[in-house]
Design a protein around this ligand. Structure first.
Ligand code: NAI
Length: 320
């Protein structure tokens, strides 16, 4: 059997680690030698209230198994304080797992300013603040591993979760850019979309499914992505029930809908719509450079007049 993946000497901050997925991550890192900051505000599912008991319990669990851990009870909105706890207790910060989360599900028309703002403050802004507080330490030590927690609701959309979907997809964008900016400092950043039974999902999943989708089936992905041996960065992974898959963008070949020196019309778009949306021979652009190079190619094709042939509709439209 290959050697166990260990985290001796590494300092890990797990936000929202007082329960659910975060607790599993904290326990798993703790069992494998890391020093853990167990952060949890200890509020309810909607973000109300506060208590130190959730984080304290997990710290005790880690210590009972011989691990090293300290608690932090601040909201992720005070990112500096979370990272300071790591520095004060263990002298460094190596790995940040942005996991804390709440739900305020509402159909879009009923979403209040508070429903929108609280979700964004905890998920997107919280992850930003915690990660920014750790970033320069990671840069200086030329080492860092960051996880952003997205969601299938963000990737695909979900009824009644406009606020949450937007925040969760925002985290994918942030993760993509941190992967690019972090590369030369050996800082890796990946996003995950987990599915697990927890207090967040107990209202939407039947009890037997909740029971079988254990949080412990997601933790091994997080540990692997954060290990020295793993070179993955800028990835997005779905995980649940012991299954892990990677996502990427797919783009149609597309179609040029204008002709050199002629007005571009909505009628020409209509005419070519099937081709615009035809995924036959789809490409998989992975960088903004790959995305933009298509446009450069289009411009050169238009220069040599390989755009669409003029048609009666566009000619009529440009004449009026
Ligand atoms: P959970 O409710 O069991 O755990 C979230 C923890 O975050 C709680 O202990 C809570 O006290 C803490 N927390 C909330 N606001 C905080 C704040 N401002 N500062 C610090 N801690 C705070 O939920 P679960 O399911 O373990 O969720 C973990 C993450 O995974 C969340 O970001 C959630 O959106 C995400 N997720 C979970 C899915 C699932 O199937 N369980 C599906 C998709 C995403």
């Amino acid at each position: 059997m290959s050697a166990l993946l260990r985290f001796d000497g590494k300092v890990v901050l797990v936000t929202g680690a007082g329960g659910g997925l975060g607790r599993e991550y904290a326990l798993a890192f703790g069992e494998r030698g890391a020093s853990i900051v167990v952060n949890d505000l200890g509020g309810d599912i909607k973000g109300d209230g506060k208590s130190s008991s959730a984080a304290d319990k997990v710290v005790e669990e880690i210590k009972a198994k011989g691990g090293k851990a300290v608690a932090n009870y601040d909201s992720v909105e005070n990112g500096d304080k979370l990272v300071q706890t790591a520095l004060d207790a263990f002298g460094r910060i190596d790995i940040v797992i942005n996991n804390a989360g709440i739900l305020r599900d509402r159909t879009f028309g009923r979403t209040s300013d508070l429903d929108w703002d609280l979700i964004h403050r905890v998920h997107l802004r919280g992850s930003f603040l915690v990660t920014r507080a750790a970033w320069n330490h990671m840069k200086n030590q030329k080492y860092g591993r960051i996880i952003m927690t997205s969601s299938a609701a963000g990737i695909y959309g979900n009824f009644g979760q406009g606020n949450y979907s937007a925040g969760k997809m925002g985290l994918v964008g942030l993760s993509n850019t941190l992967a690019i900016e972090g590369r030369k400092y050996n800082i890796h950043c990946n996003a995950i979309a987990p599915t697990a039974g927890s207090r967040l999902t107990q209202t939407v999943m039947p009890p037997d499914l909740l029971e079988s989708l254990k949080a412990e089936y997601v933790a091994p992905l997080v540990l692997w992505l954060c290990h020295d041996q793993c070179q993955e960065t800028g990835g997005l992974f779905e995980a649940g029930a012991g299954w892990i898959g990677k996502l990427r963008w797919e783009r149609t070949q597309g179609c040029i809908v204008r002709h050199r020196n002629q007005a571009m019309t909505p009628e020409a778009v209509r005419e070519k719509w099937d081709r615009v949306c035809d995924f036959t021979d789809a490409t998989k652009p992975a960088t903004i450079g790959e995305s933009l190079s298509t446009l450069v190619e289009v411009l050169s094709r238009l220069d040599t007049d390989e755009g669409i042939a003029p048609n009666p509709t566009s000619a009529a439209a440009s004449a009026t």
